[in-house]
Ligand binder design. Structure first.
Ligand code: TRP
Length: 354
């Protein structure tokens, strides 16, 4: 980690603690923008890592906007897949975990022209060498396995700045790895404000505090590795998936993240779902070995996801309701984006009425 990034990280960690205290006393001060790419179903890692936190913020009274980032799907792959299917699946995932569309608008890039138009003035605020140096662009590009970089991938931190700034969000929940992103949004906002007029807040990062759970093989939980537990799986599918989990040959179960990372991760998953400490769970299993550990994890995951899955099943079959949720979110996003774009035109001297 470079000294610069480390400094940003330390500052953001301290600031995140302060922000949590401010949220508790005055949630109305904040507007959150966050979201996901519609590339597939959400999994337990998403739920424990970000979705539960969004619901927490929403329920604490923080206005929370959720973007389904459909234009981000086409930046690093040839085939966007069954987009509509995935967008509706994502909306169903959101609603089933407790996102309340009356409080938290859910919308897509492609339905909000004024948001996308902000990208043009914003692109004028950054240089190509700044984009080339952006660690997230580099990481995303590396993950495509040598595919030539598209212009959209190259500029996506700026597009993401438009996602955040169109609704003047001042808070973005992020994992550590995404801090450089937010830095681009802050730079764009600062430069725009300095050059034209103070239109935008400088968005801040809210670092997640939850333990990062890994997949059933102890690697990063991701669909391409086949190591996830999807919210949409049945209880049987969950049990089957967890039987494939990697453990070790020591029958005595202990919580030892350094020497037994896979076992520790499974305990961590069960702990995140049940609220009991991983140490207590390990003790409970004693020398029941991997099979008992997997059974316990399955039980706690299924228990935690049961009400979510029941709701998801209902929602899944109600396509017209899901469409109406998106339509309402898109309408709200359009209204806000148009109003921000009008301010931007004005600040830039681009109003040409008589
Ligand atoms: N990049 C995020 C992802 O891949 C999705 C996203 C798009 C986002 N725009 C955003 C997240 C703005 C936070 C803020 O999941």
């Amino acid at each position: 980690m470079s000294a610069d990034i480390e400094k940003t990280l330390l500052r953001s960690m301290a600031r995140s603690d302060e922000i949590e205290a401010e949220i508790a006393s005055d949630p109305g001060k904040f507007r959150v923008l966050t979201g996901d790419r519609p590339t597939g179903r959400l999994h337990l890692g998403h739920y424990l890592g970000t979705l539960a936190n969004r619901v927490r913020l929403q329920d604490a009274g923080v206005e929370t906007w959720i973007i389904v980032a459909d234009y981000q799907v086409i930046m690093d792959r040839d085939d966007a897949g069954p987009l509509a299917e995935r967008v509706f699946g994502l909306v169903a995932d959101y609603l089933s975990v407790g996102i309340d569309p009356a409080k938290s608008p859910i919308f897509t890039h492609s339905a909000v022209p004024a948001l996308n138009q902000l990208m043009l003035p914003f692109l004028s605020m950054v240089t190509d060498s700044e984009l080339r140096r952006n660690p997230t662009v580099k990481a995303e590009h590396a993950a495509t396995g040598g595919r030539p970089m598209s212009g959209l991938l190259f500029t996506y931190p700026v597009h993401q700045a438009a996602d955040i700034l169109f609704c003047k969000a001042n808070l973005v929940p992020v994992g550590k790895d995404q801090l450089p992103h937010l830095e681009t949004s802050r730079v764009v906002a600062r430069r725009f404000n300095d050059k034209y007029a103070p239109v935008f807040p400088l968005p801040e990062a809210l670092l997640s505090t939850t333990a990062n759970v890994l997949g059933i093989d102890g690697e990063k939980m991701s669909k391409s590795r086949g190591n996830t537990i999807e919210l949409a799986m049945t209880e049987d599918e969950t049990a089957k998936q967890l039987r494939r989990a990697v453990t070790d040959s020591d029958r005595r179960i202990t919580y030892d993240p350094v020497n037994r990372p896979e076992v520790a991760n499974l305990l961590q998953i069960a702990s995140s779902c049940s609220g009991e400490s991983p140490q207590a769970l390990a003790e409970q299993i004693g020398d029941g070995g991997g099979a008992a550990l997997k059974a316990l994890v399955t039980e706690s995951v299924n228990e935690r996801l049961r009400p979510i899955r029941a709701r998801r099943k209902e929602l899944e079959s109600d396509r017209s309701y899901l469409a109406s949720v998106l339509a309402a979110g898109n309408a709200k996003a359009n209204e806000t984006a148009e109003s921000t774009l009008a301010e931007v035109r004005e600040a830039m001297g681009m109003i040409y009425s008589a």
